[in-house]
Design a binder for this molecule. Sequence first.
Ligand code: F6P
Length: 366
Amino acid sequence: MSSKVRKIGILTSGGDSPGMNASIRAVVRKALNENIKVVGIYEGYKGLVEGNFVKLDTKAVTNKINVSGSFLYSSRCKEFETPEGMQKALDNCADQGIDAVVAIGGDGTFSGAEDLAKHGILAIGLPGTIDNDIIVSDYTIGFDTAINTTVNNLNCLRSTCETHSRLSVVETMGRHCGMLTLHAAIASGAAILAVPEIPFSPDDIISKVKEIRATGKRGMLCVVCEGCRLEDGTKLSEHLAYRFKTETNIETTFEKFSHVVRGGQPTVRENVTASQMGVKAVELLMNGASSMVVVERNGNIQPVEIHFALATQRMYKGTLTDEEKATFTQDQLDEMAYLCQRRHDTMDYLYQVSRDICHQHLTDLK
Ligand code: F6P
């Protein structure tokens, strides 16, 4: 297959996630095999604005696949969002001969890629975030490793909780998305969980934990997503830990699993999906595609327009305006609504599973 693309610039932007290196490696190896050059852009869009590049050959991506983080580093760059910043980025692309960019990150990263595409650079986004909060994709690079790291840490807590008959309130990452929390709580056998997408009541959580303790259970995990907040803005995790300590006689510890869960050796699932997505990005560019994000849907690796992906994010959050809606066909709007509903259903289903297997609801057969 012959391609008009001569040189791909690749970057990682926003919060890092395990598997990003596997995607970079896949893009580099696939591109080189197709006679396309690749240049690494350090620190995301900042490196594009400042002209911080590194030539990537086959050797440059050797021994990177099992390492977390991004060896191209990452940042969040405000200057790139200004007309001056964009002009510098375009000038640097021209200097380097970069005619296409692969950008790995979350929705902010995709907006940047879309802006580049509007200025004539072919641009493809890959979903890289531990949060799994991209609605058009069933999976984001980093999610599997982050759940496993979270569960490993929860398992460590579980044993000491059991020994000392303690409750551990654990705040988990995920920003406003409870996917990581739901999976980790189920997989670690947590007694209680709370996610932002599903209504919670601190009073109910406290009485449920008391009920569970009354059944004789010693160690308990209460897993709360960082995005859960009370009306006054207080974090639910901190509120619960304080109330358990002051209002109950259950010995309580408070743990925060934050940036540590962005590390960890990428799992098999991670590196396979990250590699598939990297290869797909190059194939798309070779076909002249642009302004697309590579997603996983029902096990298939496929492209979706960035415009559509970002609008679906906004529909999910309830912030899609009528003006924006008017830029889509009814079929597209129906598909967005379907994807949002599918995400809600997945969350509800996982939450129900966690409740169905909760200690409190178990009645031993006589
Ligand atoms: O989006 C990934 C994520 O790790 C979130 O789970 C978390 O809220 C956020 O990034 C933390 O961002 P930062 O690295 O800027 O502290």
